[in-house]
Design a binder for this molecule. Structure first.
Ligand code: NDP
Length: 240
């Protein structure tokens, strides 16, 4: 029977590529989004993939959302915690809301979503959880103490949960993308982006599909011996 996969931030950017690749590979996919109704509708119409709107930063919404997906598609086998935001600024200009929003959306969401699926995965002795970190969580980045802290936290979260899930057939891994050509990176000023690309040995930005390919590899039934690791997909920009 087809495995059920939930992809947060699954209707745009990297998440959309992950949703599509899983769907094309036979998974039943639920793509979760936060605010962009028009993009979600266009994505659903184009792909036929089921879309769900909830805020991954809010625990009760994640619980209710997962209950609905379970009712519609079946128990969740694969969770991809991909939703993320940036609210950049140097620390001396950053306000507490900028800090909290980024922590809640990027890192708190990993707790909220994983907590909502873990009991069912444990009962069924199978689960695949992928957390999307970032090169900037590994290496740090000017103007991103909030984002770098949240993404760095994802890597610790991944290792600890991997230990807890191992005996129950649940693997937990992270992917740390480098700079990928999505709306998030298009928001970077062109002169800054030019300098970033110059530092990528492969000589280009990543494509969303480069990241999706990593997800597909890690969620396979056959990947049960790979857990607690971080797959860096960054064109050689940072070798961790
Ligand atoms: P985009 O900004 O293109 O898309 C972000 C997605 O997350 C959207 O689908 C958005 O939905 C969703 N989202 C944001 N906040 C919430 C929320 N509170 N609840 C539910 N969904 C939410 O980002 P990317 O595709 O570029 O990035 C995807 C992931 O990859 C992020 O975690 C990012 O940090 C990480 N990453 C990206 C890199 C890059 O170069 N692009 C590099 C390294 C890491 P909606 O618009 O509907 O709110």
């Amino acid at each position: 029977m087809a495995r059920v996969a939930v992809v947060t931030g699954g209707t745009r950017g990297i998440g959309a590529a992950i949703s599509k690749m899983l769907n094309d590979s036979g998974y039943k996919v639920a793509a979760v989004y936060g605010r962009s109704d028009a993009a979600a509708k266009a994505f659903r119409d184009e792909t036929g993939i089921a879309v769900y709107r909830w805020d991954v930063a809010k625990f009760p919404e994640c619980e209710a959302g997962i209950a609905q997906v379970t009712k519609d598609l079946g128990p969740v086998d694969v969770l991809v915690n991909n939703a993320g935001i940036t609210r950049d600024g140097t620390l001396h200009k950053m306000d507490a809301d900028q800090w909290q929003e980024v922590l809640d959306t990027n890192l708190g969401s990993c707790f909220n979503m994983s907590r909502a699926v873990i009991d069912s995965m444990r009962e069924r002795n199978f689960g695949r959880i992928i957390n999307i970190g970032s090169i900037n969580g590994q290496a740090g980045q000017y103007g991103q103490v909030n984002y770098a802290a949240a993404k760095s936290g994802i890597h610790g979260f991944t290792k600890a949960l991997a230990m807890e899930g191992a005996a129950k057939g649940i693997t937990v891994n992270a992917i740390a993308p480098g700079y990928v050509d999505t709306d998030m990176v298009r928001a970077v000023p062109p002169n800054v982006l030019e300098k970033i690309v110059a530092r990528i040995p492969v000589g280009r930005l990543g494509h969303a599909e480069d990241i999706a390919r990593g997800v597909l590899f890690l969620v396979a039934d056959e990947a049960g011996f790979i857990t607690g690791t971080t797959l860096s997909i960054n064109g050689g920009q940072h070798m961790y």
